[in-house]
Design a protein around this ligand. Structure first.
Ligand SMILES: *[C@@H]1O[C@H](CO)[C@@H](O)[C@H](O)[C@H]1NC(C)=O
Ligand SMILES: *[C@@H]1O[C@H](CO)[C@@H](O)[C@H](O)[C@H]1NC(C)=O
Ligand SMILES: *[C@@H]1O[C@H](CO)[C@@H](O)[C@H](O)[C@H]1NC(C)=O
Ligand SMILES: *[C@@H]1O[C@H](CO)[C@@H](O)[C@H](O)[C@H]1NC(C)=O
Ligand SMILES: [Cu+2]
Length: 415
């Protein structure tokens, strides 16, 4: 054990908002880390502590709301709260129930008018169409976190209501796959109980250059796949929409017009454990939860400060999937893994919020404007900003209602 990495006890005073209510019979004492360890094994332990803390904190809040001590709506209780779990902790049967529901959803008729998204062939595509339509407003913007929370929740609800799924949205813990390697993980080992395999190996794909106008390049090695997914539940899946901005080896992107036309092709992956390990390891996750003291820093650390050379845990997870459509920021929900990735993004945010819950689920929990890095300049996002998921799901909700996972339309926590 590295002595320099020994967990430092966080001063109680700086965490007063996060401490269990004094009415709690057995108020446990916490020793939360003050700084994320750069040692991955040590950081995993810190994440365990944070997960335990979040768990206790969330339950204590639900209890207070239920007892009328806190102004909650009282609809979400300890008894009915949904619990989202890590993929590998689900039983084989539960995993198959999830992928069966996704496959069912991919066979249901689209609701989006063909005049708007001519390529949409299924309910699943309604979601991709909505994401494509709003991509430039929902990343590096004030609604990034609330939008994706709402989007992922509605997807979970649609799987339940339209495809008979009885579980909840599982998540992909990148800190675990960074250790096992993506191809070896229960998530992506290609078995019937996984989210499908890697793509078939395509040699000589070259380094992918990730950048943007005026930004330094980030070089991403190609992965161990590149072609069509070869086994598991999404082996025969068809991707209908895109590409729109699919990253290529030479730094350019390809797109077919507006990406909304019908372009059926296989699901491609290029699993790149290197990206997972370098941008979304246990230290990366612990740092995102522990370091930022305000929502601006939290969002930027999570998405990577532009120009810093860091993809953040958000980009780290996305780009480690590789392939088409996951290397396409617009069409990325076309890989079913998107929703497990975004559930983990949401879990990290949820954990961070619980460290100072009242502040971080209110007006001080929002930062940013209605456009990508405020380009072109647009109004600040506020509690009254409305999020509309188009033909995927509704009704629209204000940001105010999407900041807590146990109020507004939501009632879930993470394990
Ligand atoms: C990048 O590669 C693609 C596909 O190989 C090619 O069509 C395109 O012209 C290249 N772009 C540049 C700027 O070299
Ligand atoms: C973990 O990720 C961070 C970026 O978040 C990186 O700087 C660090 O080198 C990574 N650690 C290891 C052991 O790869
Ligand atoms: C928008 O937010 C920024 C950053 O918090 C703040 O400086 C600015 O005054 C806000 N603008 C308006 C019009 O409220
Ligand atoms: C795209 O967004 C516009 C503007 O909000 C909206 O009118 C249109 O219906 C949206 N299209 C889809 C497919 O969601
Ligand atoms: Cu997105």
């Amino acid at each position: 054990m590295h002595f320099s990495c020994v967990v430092v006890i966080l001063l109680v005073s700086s965490l007063s908002n996060a401490l269990p209510s004094p009415h709690e019979d057995t108020a446990p004492t916490y020793t939360l880390p003050a700084a994320a360890s750069t040692d991955v094994a040590e950081a995993s332990k810190q994440l365990d502590q944070l997960a335990k803390f979040a768990q206790q904190q969330a339950r204590s809040l639900l209890k207070q709301e239920h007892n009328g001590e806190k102004p909650g709506k009282g609809k979400c209780t300890l008894e009915n709260v949904a619990i989202r779990r890590e993929w590998g902790s689900l039983s084989p049967k539960e995993r198959i129930a999830y992928t069966d529901a996704v496959r069912c959803f991919q066979k249901k008729q689209a609701k989006t008018p063909a005049s708007l998204v001519p390529g949409a062939r299924s309910r699943y595509d309604d979601w991709i169409g909505t994401h494509i339509n709003q991509t430039v407003f929902i990343h590096y913007s004030g609604t990034f976190l609330t939008w994706h929370r709402f989007f992922t929740w509605h997807y979970e609800q649609a799987l339940r209501n339209e495809c008979g799924y009885t579980g909840y949205q599982p998540y992909w813990n990148w800190a675990l796959t960074a250790v096992t390697g993506l191809e070896e993980s229960p998530l992506l080992d290609g078995s019937d109980t996984s989210m499908g395999s890697n793509g078939e190996f395509v040699p000589g794909q070259g380094t992918v250059i990730f950048g943007g106008p005026g930004l330094p390049e980030i070089l991403l090695p190609s992965g161990t796949g590149g072609g069509c997914v070869t086994s598991g539940p999404f082996k025969d899946m068809t991707v209908n929409l895109g590409p729109l901005a699919l990253g290529l080896a030479n730094g350019s992107t390809i797109g077919l017009g507006d990406g909304l036309g019908y372009n059926p092709r296989c699901l491609k992956r290029d699993l790149t454990t290197w990206i997972n390990r370098n941008f979304a390891n246990a230290s990366s996750v612990a740092r995102v939860i522990i370091k930022p003291k305000d929502i601006y820093d939290f969002q930027m650390t999570m998405q990577g400060y532009p120009g810093s050379g860091d993809l953040g845990i958000h980009g780290g997870g996305h780009y480690s999937m590789g392939g088409d459509p996951a290397r396409d920021a617009f069409v990325s929900p076309g890989d079913p893994l998107f929703y497990l990735h975004h559930a983990m993004i949401d879990r990290v945010w949820w954990t961070w919020q619980l460290l100072d819950n009242e502040k971080r689920t209110g007006a001080e929990g929002i930062s940013g404007t209605g456009t990508f890095l405020d380009t072109p300049p647009s109004a600040n996002t506020t509690l009254d900003t409305v999020i509309d998921l188009g033909f995927a799901a509704g009704p629209p909700q204000t940001v105010r209602d999407l900041l807590s996972t146990t109020a507004g339309p939501f009632c879930y926590i993470y394990l």
